[in-house]
Design a protein around this ligand. Structure first.
Ligand code: NAD
Length: 299
């Protein structure tokens, strides 16, 4: 069992840290929002007063933060010393946030210059996967870093992939989220068209799930309210994966497409539709709320 610092206890990080505790690891936690730490304390975590304090004298640091600027700021330092300055020799650094590959490569290079392994390990599986410990981890980094990260990540996930060198995990992750956004929008417009023709969305979902239109959003995350229990669409689109984070990921995918001169027309359209949805005040709602853009009656 390892001594682990877990920094960033939001929708994803909170349940992920809880699974490390359940697996018997000794976990010290920190979040800028003190309230986010309280439920972890009740589950046996030690509370730190800063990220730097959490990261001292541990074997592994795990971060789960919103975006690249937060990850660069925390590891490389801005107003406070960066984590690269305060961690013990040989500490393994794992960042599970979804960020741009350039930031992941920059932090990995600066970590390597100090003899530290940094693994980018963004996740797929949503808040339900985080709670159930069934996330997919998509790693980028050296073989040695990946081998060390794998047993730690196993306490929080069911599938662990090594996509390639530093930053490769982030590229694979944004390819996945670009596809997810397209599937969510396509599923939403198809379900609404069925509704407009008087179909029962549950029956239509059951049909499409086992037909050639079947996809993850129909199986696990139906965007039409009332079709599935325990998904954001049946809870007023609360919780889950925020529209603002999907907008961030789609921006990252378009930046990546520019760098590689890739043609991604569906990804570009999906970004535009999600930006529009966010601008209408939906940024903090779950990304399946894009369904309302197609509904006859809006909120
Ligand atoms: P969130 O906004 O709920 O949580 C982020 C947490 O980080 C917040 O509690 C915030 O206070 C904390 N934080 C920010 N800067 C910090 C700092 N310097 N020190 C300590 N804490 C800090 O976001 P989330 O939904 O948990 O997502 C986290 C990451 O995971 C994002 O990159 C997101 O794209 C990715 N992701 C999210 C989901 C999902 O379904 N929510 C799924 C896959 C991947």
């Amino acid at each position: 069992m390892s001594r682990i610092a877990f920094i960033g206890l939001g929708h994803m990080g909170g349940p992920m840290a809880a699974n490390l505790l359940k697996a018997g690891h000794q976990v010290t936690v920190f979040d800028l929002v003190p309230a986010a730490m309280q439920s972890l304390a009740a589950q046996g975590a030690e509370l730190a007063t800063s990220a730097q304090q959490a990261a001292e004298n541990v074997e592994v640091v795990i971060t789960m933060l919103p975006a690249g600027k937060h990850v660069r700021g925390l590891y490389l330092g801005a107003e406070q010393p960066g984590l690269l300055e305060v961690v013990a020799k040989d500490t393994l650094l794992i960042d599970c946030s979804t960020i741009d590959a350039n930031s992941a490569q920059l932090v990995a290079a600066q970590a390597a210059a100090k003899g530290l392994e940094f693994v980018d390990a963004p996740v797929s599986g949503g808040t339900a996967g985080a709670a159930a410990g069934t996330l997919t981890f998509i790693c980028g980094g050296t073989d040695a870093g990946f081998v060390r990260a794998e047993p730690v990540l196993a306490a929080m996930g069911a599938n662990i992939f090594h996509a390639g060198a530093a930053g490769a995990g982030q590229i694979a992750k944004i390819c996945n989220n670009m596809l997810l956004s397209v599937l969510m929008i396509g599923t939403s417009e198809a379900l609404q068209m069925g509704l407009d023709h008087g179909l029962d969305p549950k029956v239509l979902s059951d049909i499409m799930k086992v037909s050639s239109g079947g996809n993850w959003t129909l199986e696990k995350y139906n965007p039409c309210p009332g079709v599935m229990e325990n998904v954001p669409s049946s809870k007023g689109y609360e919780g889950g994966f925020m529209v603002d984070l999907m907008v961030k990921d789609l921006g990252l995918s378009q930046e990546a497409a520019l760098l590689s001169n890739s043609s991604t027309p569906m990804g570009a359209l999906a970004r535009s539709l999600y930006v529009n949805h966010a601008r209408q005040g939906n940024g903090a709602r779950d990304f399946s709320s894009i369904f309302e853009q197609f509904a006859k009656t809006k909120k």
